[in-house]
Design a protein around this ligand. Structure first.
Ligand code: NAD
Length: 255
């Protein structure tokens, strides 16, 4: 097991990519705190699923934009599992609207969840890791849109682009503490966030034509990169973005 005795928190972990990451981390031996917002049922079911495969997990409610919630997430994790080694900033939202019509409150909400949330969570996780004194890992789920444009999604692109420079900067600042910080940038992954696409076969066809591997990715294909970045195998890796997109950015030539 590559993460035996490690302890992780995954934000927005009750569905989609966060759920896939949590299952992969737990399968490799990590105890995982499943952060969720709203209805506790999906998170409770995920805990049961992990426990029934012999893993360790617990569900804790928390909004990544609220400092008190993040403090609670970290303190509950440390009191139940003894420490914090890995923090995965996964929670994210998007609202597509033409830039000319985008209301300020939509922009502000997107930045709050997708950029300020990871900033706040990373700071509090790093403070805990520094206190413990044996390093740690912070992994952000950004997007290919930390680099490439997406018309009608300017707030999301701004947040993910910001997340790239947040990661790069704090990777340098936290390196003396042996806290390694990296981003995973998914392309199109099959999750509830991309569900609207399935209702429009013509848009889905267009999307798939942009992906050399000809399919969407699965959440556990992001999860396995998170396992690598959280493991001892990645002890010399920090300040980088790892793109997992079925070749999409190569085909478009945008990177
Ligand atoms: P999803 O909508 O299935 O899951 C998002 C999760 O974030 C949910 O659990 C939701 O409750 C949670 N969340 C939202 N606001 C929150 C808040 N304030 N506090 C705590 N949790 C909150 O989406 P997903 O596709 O699984 O996306 C996960 C991450 O991956 C996001 O950061 C997203 O931007 C990124 N991403 C997704 C894709 C994709 O194609 N699905 C591609 C690139 C990047």
């Amino acid at each position: 097991m590559r993460l035996k005795d490690k302890v992780a928190i995954v934000t927005g972990a009750d569905t989609g990519i966060g759920k896939g990451i949590s299952i992969c981390l737990a399968r490799e031996g990590a105890a995982v705190t499943i952060d969720y917002r709203g209805d506790p049922q999906p998170a409770d079911e995920l805990v049961k699923q992990i426990e029934s495969s012999g893993g360790r997990a617990m569900a804790v409610a928390g909004d990544v934009t609220k400092a008190d919630d993040i403090d609670n997430l970290i303190s509950q994790t440390c009191s139940s599992f003894g420490k914090l080694d890995i923090f995965i900033n996964n929670a994210g939202i998007e609202t597509k609207k033409p830039f000319l019509e985008m209301p300020l409150d939509v922009y502000e909400k997107t930045i709050a969840v997708d950029l300020t949330g990871p900033w706040l969570c990373s700071q509090k996780a790093a403070q805990q890791m520094v206190k413990q004194g044996h390093g740690g890992r912070i992994i952000n789920i950004s997007s290919v849109h930390e680099d490439i444009t997406m018309p009608t999604n300017a707030a999301y692109c701004a947040a993910k682009g910001g997340l790239r420079m947040l990661m790069r900067t704090i990777a340098v600042e936290l390196a003396p503490h042996k806290i390694l910080v990296n981003n995973i940038a998914p392309g199109a992954i099959d999750t509830p966030m991309d569900a609207p696409l399935k209702e429009h076969p013509e848009l889905m066809k267009e999307l798939l034509s942009e992906i050399p591997l000809g399919r969407m990715g699965q959440p556990d294909e992001i999860g396995m990169m998170a396992v690598y970045l959280a493991s001892d195998e990645a002890a010399y890796v920090t300040g980088q973005t790892f793109i997992i997109d079925g070749g999409m950015t190569r085909q478009s030539g945008s990177l």
